[in-house]
Design a protein around this ligand. Structure first.
Ligand SMILES: [Zn+2]
Length: 408
């Protein structure tokens, strides 16, 4: 990791530092030749306000991103939003009533059992927030986005354990609902003011129909708590969102005064007045630059390095190192190239075949390969191969060093 935590005297200084880091990070990743995009993100456990991540699309990534190709909207699913069909408010509100639903646990089972649509159901999850139970109500099969929930609630939040569910609600997961739940209830925005809903009855094997969230759940709060799904509509332009895995290359965010206030880290201004210092937080996963570069630059033979990230400029292969002429020439070229300041990886093994050496050179992916073999040496020549496009040429030994300097 490369980390930076600048200390400023005010928020104006923080804004300037943030913009400079943003620009510097873009320059670094551009120069490395990495295709990346910038997403709005949660600043996570660290807190703070404005936050952006530099991401690279990759199945090997540990983050999930929602991205709109049409307008460029991009956000970590931890905070991503979409347009999705809300639950309805019907003109007529039914009275709520209990329904026997033996062995019905999931929303899909409930829909099949009652022959109803997912949009008429509300799923309940119980969380413990600073020691107190909270019921989170989601539309249909929507999953709770725990980052959004934590951001909304603040403090400590965790899912309730199965034993706690029974203790708090009297029922197991799959039979829990808002009616008769005497603690805090937060519903996702898609459920706002919905009626004629089906949910758990806080009694195993029972559900309740005809729930009117305005009439029956008077203390309800609403928030955006959903996890965005693939193909949902972009909140900016309405096009379909792509949701995919990505690697986080870098992260910049405004930490503000969260820690300086908590720890009492103040400075004295010109007039002797105390103020909390204002902090930014900027990081690059240096080793991830290499991982991301390789994810974007390879073929079936191996890595394809380019400057400036290539660990070596030239991969020098002495084909048959038991032959004195091959060994002497290769050693001399190695020394000459090093004198020119080039980084050379020299394959001087004398116990493997030419085929193994060629394959290893392609696998390691150094941009330029120089192949010294008996056949070409008879004509005082050597072979030069470019890894990226497999282009090969035969070069006079006398002009070899200059040719390789040109290629670098
Ligand atoms: Zn869009």
């Amino acid at each position: 990791m490369k980390d930076a935590y600048p200390l400023d005297k005010d928020f104006e200084g923080l804004d300037i530092g943030y913009a400079k880091h943003d620009m510097a990070y873009r320059k670094i990743f551009d120069r490395c030749g990495i295709k990346y995009f910038v997403v709005g993100a949660s600043s996570g456990a660290m807190g703070g306000s404005k936050s952006e991540e530099f991401m690279v699309k990759s199945d090997a990534g540990e983050d999930t991103i929602a991205y709109c190709e049409k307008c460029g909207y991009a956000a970590n699913v931890e905070v991503a939003q979409s347009v999705s069909k809300p639950a309805l408010r019907h003109v007529q509100s039914k009275q709520y009533y209990e329904i026997s639903t033996p062995n019905v646990k999931s929303i899909d089972e409930l829909c099949a059992f009652l022959n109803i649509d997912e949009h008429e159901t509300a799923k309940s999850r119980i969380y413990i927030h600073d020691g107190k139970p909270v019921l989170v109500l989601m539309l249909g099969n929507d999953e709770v986005n725990e980052t959004k929930l934590a951001n909304f609630l603040g403090g400590n939040v965790r899912p309730a354990h199965p034993e706690e569910l029974r203790e708090i609600t009297g029922a197991d997961a799959g039979s829990i609902g808002p009616i008769g739940f005497n603690h805090r209830i937060i519903a996702d925005n898609l459920l706002k003011n919905a009626n004629n809903l089906y949910s758990g009855a806080n009694k195993n094997d029972y559900h309740i129909g005809g729930i009117d969230l305005i009439r029956d759940v008077t203390n309800i709060e609403y928030a955006d708590l959903r996890i965005v799904e693939n193909d949902e509509s972009c909140i900016r332009c309405g096009s379909a969102l792509n949701v995919f895995k990505a690697i986080e290359l870098g992260h910049i965010f405004k930490l503000g005064t969260k820690y300086s206030e908590a720890l009492g880290v103040n400075y004295l201004d010109e007039n002797g007045k105390e103020h909390p210092i204002v902090m930014g937080s900027y990081g690059i996963g240096v080793e991830r630059i290499f991982a991301c570069y390789i994810e974007q630059n390879y073929d079936d033979k191996g890595i394809i390095w380019k400057k400036p990230l290539a660990p070596f400029d030239i991969h020098l292969i002495g084909l048959n190192m038991k032959n004195n002429l091959v060994a002497d020439t290769s050693n001399k070229i190695y020394d000459d190239l090093r004198k020119e300041g080039l980084e050379v990886l020299f394959d001087d093994r004398n116990d493997v075949s030419a085929g193994v050496k060629f394959n290893d050179a392609d696998l390691l992916g150094t941009p330029v390969q120089v192949i010294i073999g008996e056949k070409n040496l008879k004509d005082k020549k050597a072979e030069v191969k470019l890894r990226a496009n497999n282009e090969k040429c035969i070069v006079e030994l006398s002009g070899l060093i200059n040719k390789l300097k040109e290629l670098n």
